[in-house]
Design a protein around this ligand. Structure first.
Ligand code: HEM
Length: 520
């Protein structure tokens, strides 16, 4: 009896699934005539889902399609329709010039409501375009503008010194002088994670590697990212699944409670430090937003959780790619070292004030961001109303994806686009220094890795400073040598990840001179 009732519910479920699949198929077919062209490899019902199984990163797949059918096209994942933009022109026309229409979001409920608690929660990175997003974004922007990052500079100086000290120890390990070499990824990850936590809460977050609090921060960030796991995506692609297999919301609520416990604990400690002697608490983001008195504790905690989520993996992967490209290009390292030696000398590390005197170091960072944009398809945008672009109708609530990676592959703008050639940005760097007003068109920029338009990365100044501080110290202090054949920079560690990093690699760290430890 039990068996027959379960088989009849399976038949009912199957029928509903099929009926809804057929419905979406005909809906899509009807609309397709007015939408941008359809990407190759479409199948009824599942759309382009099978294409995602190909063993290449999604940004490469999207770029390959753009070579076949042009810079803007439509693809389908189940019932979800995505319009993908692959060129500077389409991104400028829609994301910049029509920002009022193309700056919304349409992300899974699990992320927006269960995990981030919607409007109350402060997770503005996931908010649709509108008043709530604007208010919170303004507050975040106010605490992360360039002049604020200048105020937080002592925190970054300290974090960098700690990284250098760890590298000095590592360089003395036996493995560093053997065929085995050493891996730097943990130390780089420690630098980026503690930099963001310390920018948020000040020096009370100067956790040492191995500190359980740090492990917790990493684990929570990973669990938070999993609120958008492939299972979750499937529910978005086939909404009928939400009815057939209702979600175990408890899982998401548990992540949110654990985030609240961890960041709430830090916030309590921060308040206690402020009450004891606020002058002893260094300038940092939370101190800044508390002065405004506009955010609830929940919003402050979620701001920090978002900064860690959006800022740690991205900065980390940029530094991992940077080290890989440097190890493969000793001539680039030598040129940068000579620049630093001439402009700054070897008696101290380059500081942020030295940046204008180190254009080649700047070019190296720009070239890594161009070749390996850490978030290659950004965070998906969505339209907030119907729009007509050229001959196409782009309906309200369509997901619009910016393929930043593709814009960096344009051979007219970047001849030999896959080659690591930092000097290609020299003209841009030198001319930016001459400009008194920071005004660039989207076409002038050496890369779009921080995206553009109203949703442009709000942490851009902090990210650029964190990268410059690390890169200039690394180049001034060490030579990075391959342990055998060049590091493979073509195969990322995880092709399905939303931020991509190189596969694990080892190298050798050779101190540039005898006085490095005196810089600590
Ligand atoms: C190399 C480092 C970084 C890169 C390449 C990067 C890149 C990006 C990209 C591509 C987006 C999506 C923009 C869009 O939707 O069009 C984004 C959004 C965002 N980023 Fe970053 N990011 C970096 C570091 C940071 C840091 C350090 C923080 C904070 C401290 C941060 C905070 C955010 C936030 C909050 C958003 C959402 C903005 C919104 O929806 O209004 N990012 N970032």
């Amino acid at each position: 009896m039990a068996r027959s009732s379960s088989s009849s519910s399976a038949i009912t479920a199957g029928t509903i699934f099929l009926a809804s699949a057929i419905y979406f198929y005909y809906q899509n077919k009807k609309k397709q005539s007015s939408l941008p062209p359809r990407a190759p490899g479409y199948l009824p019902v599942i759309g382009h889902l099978l294409q995602l199984m190909k063993p290449i990163p999604i940004q490469q797949l999207f770029y390959n399609w753009s070579l076949e059918i042009g810079p803007i096209y439509t693809c389908y994942f189940g019932s979800q329709r995505w319009i993908v933009l692959n060129s500077i022109e389409t991104i400028r026309d829609l994301i910049v010039d029509r920002g009022g229409v193309y700056s919304s979001r349409k992300l899974p409920d699990t992320l927006v409501h269960d995990f981030m608690q919607g409007d109350q929660g402060g997770g503005f990175a996931f908010f649709p375009y509108g008043a709530s997003w604007r208010r919170l974004r303004r507050i975040a922007h106010g605490g992360l503008i360039k002049s604020k990052v200048d105020e937080y500079q002592p925190i970054l100086d300290d974090r960098r010194t700690v990284l250098l000290s760890h590298l000095c120890h590592l360089s003395k390990e036996k493995a560093n002088y053997s065929a085995q070499g050493v891996q730097l990824s943990n130390l780089v990850e420690h630098y980026t994670m503690t930099s963001i936590l310390a920018i948020a809460f000040g020096d009370m977050c100067n956790f040492q590697p191995g500190d359980p609090a740090l492990h917790k921060a990493f684990a929570l960030t990973e669990r938070a990212a999993n609120t958008m796991s492939p299972d979750e995506q499937m529910r978005e692609f086939f909404p009928i699944l939400k009815t057939l297999w209702p979600l175990k919301r408890a899982k998401y609520i548990q992540v949110r409670n654990d985030v609240a416990e961890f960041y709430g604990g830090l916030l309590d400690q921060f308040r206690a430090n402020m009450a004891e002697n606020s002058d002893n608490v260094p300038d940092c983001f939370v101190k800044e937003v508390m002065k405004l008195n506009e955010l609830t504790d929940l919003q402050i905690m979620n701001f920090v959780a978002i900064f860690v989520g959006a800022g740690s993996d991205t900065t980390n992967s940029t530094l991992e790619w940077l080290l890989a490209y440097l190890a493969n290009h000793p001539e680039v390292q030598d040129k940068a070292f000579e620049e630093i030696k001439d402009a700054v000398g070897l008696g101290r590390l380059p500081g942020s004030q030295d940046e204008p005197m180190l254009p080649y170091v700047q070019c190296i960072i720009l070239e890594v961001l161009r070749l390996r944009p850490p978030a290659p398809i950004a965070i998906p945008h969505a339209t907030s109303k119907d729009d007509v672009y050229k001959q196409w109708l782009i309906p309200k609530d369509t997901i619009v994806v910016l393929n930043l990676f593709a814009t960096h592959q344009n051979a007219e703008r970047f001849p030999n686009p896959n080659a690591f050639q930092p000097e290609r940005h020299m003209e841009f760097v030198l001319s930016s220094q001459e400009r008194t007003v920071f005004k660039q068109t989207i076409e002038d920029r050496p890369h779009l890795s921080f995206s553009t338009g109203r949703r442009v990365c709000v942490g851009i100044h902090l990210a650029e400073r964190t990268l410059f501080m690390a890169a200039s110290m690394l180049l001034a202090s060490f030579k990075f040598e391959n342990v055998g054949s060049p590091i493979n920079v073509d195969i990322p560690r995880d092709i399905r990840a939303t931020t991509w990093s190189p596969s694990a690699y080892s190298l050798r760290l050779i101190p540039r001179h005898e006085n490095i430890e005196s810089l600590l």
